[in-house]
Design a protein around this ligand. Structure first.
Ligand code: R5P
Length: 281
């Protein structure tokens, strides 16, 4: 049975090829901001796939409560699919005294689940925080395929060294050229980007990353590439958070901006539904 998490309604509707029975989830927020969930359907004895992104915070709370509802109402197994796993960027102690949020929530999810799946976790190592079998699947090849079809790029670019391998693999699969930019974060809102070995003059490039949050990384990357003579710069990512003025800032410098539907919104031009369908099947 597919449990259609309230954070991912359109994506869940695209999973109909799996042929699974479905159950909707009713949610509401009480005046004191407490969250209420109710799974509408008989889950007793069912093997359940629960699809729910955990951004923004309310959807994280809903996830925990839906898991609990499934368990309390007798589901036989609970396989949790979180298209965008929030809090993944704090995956270690950077400064003494900090929490490891990626681990804290992994442990909480593990309590009422049998298996866990996510798409482009911020780091592959996050799967080790779960106390149940956990797997990360990548949407990068789908983003690269979409780029090839719609943007016709000369090369793909990773905006930093961290994203290099992920983008390189996707480029390799499609026989595309690939490079990366060197990034230095000045503060929470300022990122300085310098090129590695790129000659982008007159070229069309697609920058791919796992997350666009404030858009600082992508905006600077795009500016730098345009400044180096790139003719077209497109920006794509798996998880489009687009916090604050991110969309406006990106639209001002990029020829186009796109993301997947791990977080559903107007720029969700690439669906991860085929990946999840394969996974479920
Ligand atoms: C960083 O390691 C990530 O891969 C992204 O580059 C980063 O999270 C994007 O954040 P922002 O859009 O705020 O620059």
């Amino acid at each position: 049975m597919l449990i259609k998490g309230p954070a991912s309604p359109l994506l869940c509707n695209k999973l109909d090829k799996t042929g699974l029975k479905t159950a909707e989830v009713q949610t509401k927020v009480f005046p004191d901001e407490e969250v209420y969930v109710k799974v509408k359907g008989k889950v007793e004895g069912e093997d359940c796939f629960l699809v729910q992104t955990t951004y923004p915070n309310q959807h994280l709370l809903e996830l925990f409560m839906i898991q609990n509802a499934l368990k309390e109402n007798g589901a036989r197994s609970i396989k949790v699919i979180v298209p965008y796993y929030s809090y993944g960027r704090q995956d270690q102690i950077f400064e003494k005294g900090e929490a490891i949020s990626a681990k804290a929530f992994a442990q909480r999810i593990s309590i009422d689940a049998d298996e866990f799946y996510s798409v482009d976790l911020h780091s592959e190592d996050i799967v080790d925080f779960f106390e149940i079998p956990a797997e990360n699947i990548s949407a990068m090849t789908r983003l690269a395929e979409y780029s090839t079809e719609k943007k016709n790029p000369d090369l793909l670019i990773a905006p930093d060294e961290g994203a290099k391998e992920m983008v390189e693999n996707a480029a390799l699969n499609l026989g595309l050229e690939c490079d990366y930019l060197e990034k230095t974060r000045i503060d929470a809102n300022t990122v300085e980007i310098k090129p590695k070995n790129i000659d982008v003059k007159g070229k069309s490039v697609v920058i791919l990353d796992d997350i666009i949050a404030t858009g600082g990384t992508m905006t600077e990357a795009a500016k730098q590439l345009k400044g180096s003579g790139a003719e077209e710069v497109h920006a794509g990512c798996t998880h489009g958070l687009f916090v604050g003025d991110a969309k406006k800032n990106l639209d001002a410098v990029c020829d186009s901006v796109f993301c997947t539907d791990t977080i559903e919104q107007e720029k969700s031009e690439v669906s991860v539904a085929p990946l999840l369908t394969d996974l479920i099947e």
